[in-house]
Write a protein that binds this ligand. Sequence first.
Ligand code: URA
Length: 194
Amino acid sequence: MQTPLHEQLEKVATLNELKQLCEHYLDSEVTTGEKLVFGEGSLQAEMMIIGEAPGVQEAKTGRPFVGNAGKLLNTLLSQIGLKREQIYISNILKTHPPGNRKPYRSEIKKELPFLLRQIELLQPKLLVLLGATALQTLVNPKAKITELRGNWIEVKNLPTLVTYHPAAALRDETRKTALEHDFSKLQQRLAAGI
Ligand code: URA
């Protein structure tokens, strides 16, 4: 009999082992010609950023946030004196939803255990949730991003900043200003030693 996923996840002791398990388990979910996007960054990262799901560019390269939203994320990070290499970036989904649609609940249910274990193994000091999918998945399906953005909440016992998804900011300049404002809160928190 096959070992249940939750037991396999418990046995995994490093992010590398988790990545291998993830690749094996989600292999059938990855569209031909695309890559799984596990997440990347510093293993010593204090800050873990969580987005929604890989887009076309991400699935092509196997790396999170490398398309237009990723470019804006890089800018927001550099405005607060951070480089991508200093933090850890991941997504609710590890696979690209066809046509860039919103993730289905069934996909989230299947893939979320990998993100949850990723958080446990990385042990960041704070989380940043980008957009409604990350917020509703990790906090409450009814939570509203417009009401909670800019707020510190607690997720998995960690201080967690809720903010807009950079893709939304590319469509709406006022959201970009809000994102910049929220990232300055991150800077203050990091400077205060979290
Ligand atoms: N949008 C996301 O939520 N994640 C990515 O990795 C890229 C775009």
